[in-house]
Unconditional design. Structure first.
Length: 94
């Protein structure tokens, strides 16, 4: 998470959407709720990233890795200026 994260409430933060981009195969300790903007969900198929979904205002992503501790199964990339709410694993476990 970048230095431009602003606290909104205890354990939830606003972040620039560019900081929410996740890469397949990485472990994750956060999930994201799209406050505004748009993201593409990409999965590698036959060596090529293929758009499989779009996330927009009100949608979320990253929950699978957050709750199951598995590696990311897709790459999520901001396609416009975006802001997300970040929910961290440690907050859920409290």
């Amino acid at each position: 998470m970048g230095a431009d994260v602003l606290a909104v409430t205890d354990g939830v933060a606003d972040a620039d959407g560019a900081d929410a981009d996740g890469v397949v195969g990485e472990a994750a300790d956060e999930m994201y709720i799209v406050k505004n903007g748009e993201f593409e969900v990409l999965q590698k198929r036959k060596g090529v990233n293929v758009k499989v979904n779009t996330k927009e205002t009100g949608d979320h992503f990253g929950e699978l890795s957050l709750f199951t501790r598995c590696e990311r199964t897709a790459t999520v990339a901001a396609v416009s200026d975006s802001i997300v709410l970040v929910l961290q694993r440690g907050v859920i476990r409290k």
